[in-house]
Write a protein that binds this ligand. Sequence first.
Ligand code: MN
Length: 230
Amino acid sequence: MNYVIDPPRQPAVAVLGAAAKFPVRRIFCVGRNYADHVREMGNDPKSEPPIFFTKPADAVVGDGGAIPYAVNTSNLHFEVELVLALGKGGAEIAPEQALEHVWGYAVGVDLTRRDRQAEAKKGGAPWDAAKAFDNSAPIGAITPVANGSHLSAGRIWLTVNGETKQEADLSDMIWSASEIIAHLSRSWTLQPGDLVFTGTPAGVGPLGPGDTVECGVEGLAPLRFTIAAR
Ligand code: MN
């Protein structure tokens, strides 16, 4: 096919132990999904359905990159998250079948312009400026699901310049991977190549130029990146 301008390149993520890459179609993200304190307070973390937002596919940045400090913010935050990489699409997926759609898992960071998000929340405005900007989705190599073994527990952590900022367990997630996929597939026909960022535990905070971020999920390839000058 001919195009009137050069077609965009296909965004893709490295796969552990493979030369071939995982092509990215869309990036879905879950809002708050860890709530120890909600349970401690005797409330039901599942009293409301999960909230979803998206990032463009070309927001992905691979392991080892230097990411320029984002424009249009003075409060760029890290949020470490488990990422699902879908290898099979579908709509109205039952939770019991949902994990069959997961091709692999990775650790990712949902970079956030916290100042723009605060404004959006206050004004009831969309989150795009807060979440869906260039280079806002650093992600480690995807670990393929081996022999049907899925992740439901394990340590998730993030350090900045060697100092631990976030540390939790995947079993603390309010909505499990299968529940997230089931919910998403009621609003979107999911497709192979879709990524799902599953929410972050407590401890989010700011980054600045010169900072080195290292993060991981037990059993998966870790992710490391630095923040460069704007
Ligand atoms: Mn997030």
